[in-house]
Design a protein around this ligand. Structure first.
Ligand code: URA
Length: 222
C-alpha cells in the first residue's frame, strides 16, 4: 500500500466539490487559469495515479507550456536520461510541478523563465497537496528549492536539505533541480553534478523499494 499523507484540515474547506480523482482535480486547475497572465495552458501532472515515486519540479518551462506536458524541455530530457540510467522508468513515475503555469519575461522572440514568488507557490500549494494525496506515492521527491518551499512552506538551501526528508508528511527526498545542472559553469563541474544527481536517483529508487512496514531499505546491487 502506498503511504498516505495525513489530510490537511486547512485544505478541506477549500473545495465546494472536493475532487475525488486526478481528472476532477485537473479539470479545476485547467479552468482556473494562470495566476500571472501569459501561459498557453496549465501543465498538469503526468503519470499513473498510484506511482511509487512522485517528482515535484518548480514550474513548466517554455517547451512544457507549448506541449502541455511536464519535463519535456532540456531539463526534463536530462531528468529522463538520469532516470533511465539508474533504472527508474519515467512512465511508471509521476511528474508534476509546484506551480502549474509558465511565468516568463519576453525578450525579443525569447520567453525567459521567471522564478515564481513565494506567494505564487502558496497559491498553487493546495492543488499540489491534493494531487499528491490522490497519487499516494511511496516517495515524494523535491527537485530544487521551489519544490521544497511548496512542500514544507520553508525556504531551505538545497545544500542543507539534500537527502532523505519528511516532506509534508510524506517520505521524501530532496535533490537539485535538473536545470541547475545545465547551468553549471564547465564540463567537469557538470559531469560531477550529474553523477551526484544520478546517485540521488539511485537512493530514491531504493527508498521506493523499501519495506513499507519496517522502512528497511533494499539496496540494489551496484
Ligand atoms: N522545470 C520544471 O521545474 N518543471 C518542468 O516541467 C520543466 C522544467
Amino acid at each position: 500500500m502506498p503511504a498516505r499523507h495525513a489530510p490537511d484540515a486547512t485544505l478541506e474547506s477549500l473545495w465546494d466539490n472536493e475532487p475525488r480523482t486526478l481528472s476532477e482535480l485537473n479539470e479545476i486547475i485547467r479552468k482556473a487559469g494562470p495566476l500571472v497572465p501569459g501561459a498557453t495552458q496549465a501543465v498538469l501532472g503526468e503519470g499513473p495515479d498510484h506511482a511509487e515515486i512522485a517528482f515535484v519540479g518548480e514550474q513548466p518551462g517554455d517547451q512544457e507550456d507549448l506541449q502541455g506536458r511536464p519535463f519535456v524541455g532540456p531539463a526534463g530530457k536530462l531528468l529522463t536520461r538520469a532516470m533511465a540510467e539508474i533504472g527508474i522508468d519515467r512512465d511508471a513515475a509521476y511528474l508534476t510541478n509546484a506551480v502549474k503555469h509558465f511565468k516568463f519575461e519576453q525578450r525579443g522572440k525569447r520567453r525567459i523563465h521567471s522564478k515564481p514568488t513565494a506567494g505564487e507557490v502558496k497559491h498553487y500549494r493546495p492543488w499540489l497537496m491534493k494531487e499528491l494525496d490522490l497519487v499516494g506515492p511511496k516517495v515524494v521527491v523535491a527537485l530544487g528549492g521551489t519544490a521544497v518551499l511548496a512542500l514544507t512552506g520553508k525556504q531551505i538551501p538545497i545544500v542543507r536539505a539534500r537527502g532523505r526528508a519528511k516532506l509534508a508528511g510524506w517520505n521524501g527526498y530532496v535533490t537539485v533541480h535538473p536545470s541547475y545542472l545545465l547551468r553549471l559553469p564547465d564540463e567537469e563541474t557538470k559531469r560531477r553534478g550529474y553523477e551526484e544527481f544520478v546517485a540521488d536517483l539511485g537512493r530514491i529508487r531504493d527508498l521506493a523499494r523499501a519495506d513499507p512496514d519496517t522502512g528497511e531499505l533494499e539496496f540494489a546491487a551496484q
